[in-house]
Design a protein around this ligand. Structure first.
Ligand code: CMX
Length: 134
């Protein structure tokens, strides 16, 4: 079951530069940053209400974020939906013909179990499903 928007991922060239807008102008605090080696990104967490903005900065030229910015420029990269049970949701959506980038869950920011639906099957939005302990 999908519960809520867990986070919105925003691709940025530099977290520090992006924070000038989010932190100094919008006054949304950044609570933490994390390097996620498997995804080749550095993530800044900006919790807001029941959800959060995640700023994503590439740490490698092969990062999906680098490729995205090179092609489209900075901007909204993905929407992540919180699910109760990721494996069940993957099986359910596969049964409906949806295509996953990774059918086996991997691990993302904050230790969340994650899987991405390919934007070709979602109407152009990169969708992440995300299961967390808390
Ligand atoms: N949103 C919407 N469409 C996207 C997209 C995005 N974020 N990224 C790529 N696309 C589109 C491209 O525009 C392209 O469409 P066209 O064929 O119409 O031009 C198509 O998808 C293929 O894009 P590409 O540039 O050739 O890139 P790849 O196929 O190599 O990779 C994708 C695209 C989505 C499969 C890859 O980025 C991926 O595996 N993403 C999941 C992992 C990820 O994004 N990690 C970073 C975040 C990690 C985190 O939050 O923890």
């Amino acid at each position: 079951m999908i519960n809520k928007i867990d986070h919105i991922g925003v691709a940025v060239e530099s977290i520090e530069r992006a924070l000038d807008f989010y932190k100094n102008k919008l006054r949304i605090d950044c609570t933490d940053t994390e390097y996620i080696e498997s995804q080749m990104v550095r993530v800044a967490f900006l919790p807001l209400g029941d959800s959060e903005i995640e700023l994503l900065e590439a740490t490698d030229d092969n990062s999906a974020i680098k490729k995205f910015i090179d092609k489209k420029g900075q901007g909204i990269h993905h929407i992540a939906f919180r699910v109760d049970n990721l494996e069940e949701e993957i099986e359910r959506l596969k049964g409906l013909g949806m295509v996953f980038i990774n059918e086996k869950p991997s691990y993302g920011a904050g230790g969340a179990k994650i899987a991405f639906l390919h934007p070709k099957t979602t109407g152009g939005v990169l969708v992440e499903l995300c299961e967390r302990e808390v």
